[in-house]
Design a protein around this ligand. Sequence first.
Ligand code: TNX
Length: 596
Amino acid sequence: MRTNTHPRPSVVRWMPRQPVNLTFAITDANTPPGVAAVSTAHSPGPAATPAPLSAEEPGAATLARTAEQAARTVLALAAPHRLADVVPAPRQVQSNPTGDWTMPAEAVIVASPDPAALAVAEQLAALLRPATGYPLPVTDAATPAPVDGIALVLDDTAADLGAEGYRLDVTTNGVRVTAVTAAGLFHGVQTLRQLLPATIESPTPVTERWALPGGTITDVPRFPYRGAMLDVARHFFAVEDVLRVVDHLARYKLNHLHLHLTDDQGWRIAVDSWPKLTTVGGATAVGGGPGGFYTKADYTRIVSYAADRHITVVPEIDLPGHTNSALVAYPELAPDKIAPQPYTGTEVGFSYVDPADDRTYDFIADVLGELAAITPGPWLHVGGDEAFKVKGEVYTGFVERVQRIVAGLGKTVVGWHQLAPAAPVDGRVLQWWGTDGEDPTTVEAVRQGARLIVSPGNHAYLDMKYAPDTPIGHDWAGLIDVRKAYDWDPGTHVAGVPSTAVIGVEAPLWTESVTSLADIEFLLLPRLPAIAELGWSPRETHDWAGFRDRLAGHGPRWDAAGITFHRAPEIPWPSGPTIPAQRDPAREGVNPTQGP
Ligand code: TNX
């Protein structure tokens, strides 16, 4: 019997960066013993010696074994990824071609003896175990060092790395990730993951040479706020779907998930003191679907899953407009005190809570109070957009009162940039979603101390279509292909706003036309990595051609992980072998390396 060194390999994938030489022998039951038919791929090159074949072996098994040997030859020759092939682009990359490292089956992950660092080590192990099939035990050490393994080192003297940066060193001994915080280690782990072959994303073991390119990456984010928004109000998405979106954010070093929890078509977060918000207000969705809502336990699950990935949830209760679902549940909040019909269309701007009734502010204090109590992050987003029927001083008076409620809860106000004319409150953050980069009212609010998250509708809105013929999405802010998502600068985009006032960038996904996780992923990928790079990478690294080529390598990763994405025609997706990552029992049946 052959010894099985790789546990249960089911897939061979090969995506070399450079042409390699391969010659291998194939024989089957029809080939006379000892005679091999020689097939050459990617020639010219020296012929590998055909493996000795036994006359007694059955043909199918022989064929499979020989093919597997050939695959190993190829894998041994394939060069590792280039150190600079990372999205978002790292700040500094120093390659060392003599420092490549191949992870052995006995590799160990060792981390600083700190619960948060060990948690990142466990996350890394969980990422690497499925595809490698290696045990990758996690241990701790006072001064972790890579000895044919991976070391995650917390070092509070590495102040230049800041709150989220990391350094990653690949040498012939292994990999060392150094950071001041667990968040930095976590981001370093995302980079490490991208430096391994795309097959690392496979949920089942693959035969692969797990090589990493030698050298050092030193990486620090440009902006502290890097986010994406998911509208769970127009259509409701299950907790599991939201967790998967969190995974996508984490992969690209985004650190905020904004949840648009309420809108005309549905109220999605439980509020104990106003229970009908969800039992009545949550029962609808765009197009008449069943709706749904998160219990506090559901919400807490999302928040803590995100926190484990160093992502802060920013909950939004949209006020005073976009409130039809609340008015259906509690007509006393409506200006005329009459319950409106539930709304399942996609118009905006018609609904509002009564700004002249104190009861409205009791309602808001209760809702925001309960939400603040289950939200560990510093932010409460209060919407403020498209309240077309609440104008002038009535609008600003309303906003100022709501801002005081938020401040009283110890949270920082975030709102769409329509909040700008209201008097400032300390630390206020405006989310700018304009489309032409000119906005004197926002500029004035910034002059008075507001900070900005930039989400230009015509660059960062993930609900805009890619092209006229892509299936879902809107086009009111134009079409957004990958280049349009990438080619702008958050630091200078809003004329008159200095880059020092910009805390970061966010890509909102509104879901009027989005009904499934596959729809979400189709709109997110590949544009989310473009926005992520704008948020993370230094401006000096900005380069469409380089980004396009680096992004192309992510297609095979998403394929291997079973993630839907838009095969945007402007990206040179590799066309190499694409054997599906799922297990194929028919293949396993003839695979002689299969375990017992
Ligand atoms: C505008 S952008 C809205 C949303 C819509 C979106 C559709 C903003 C703050 N409000 O209510 O869903 O357009 O793209």
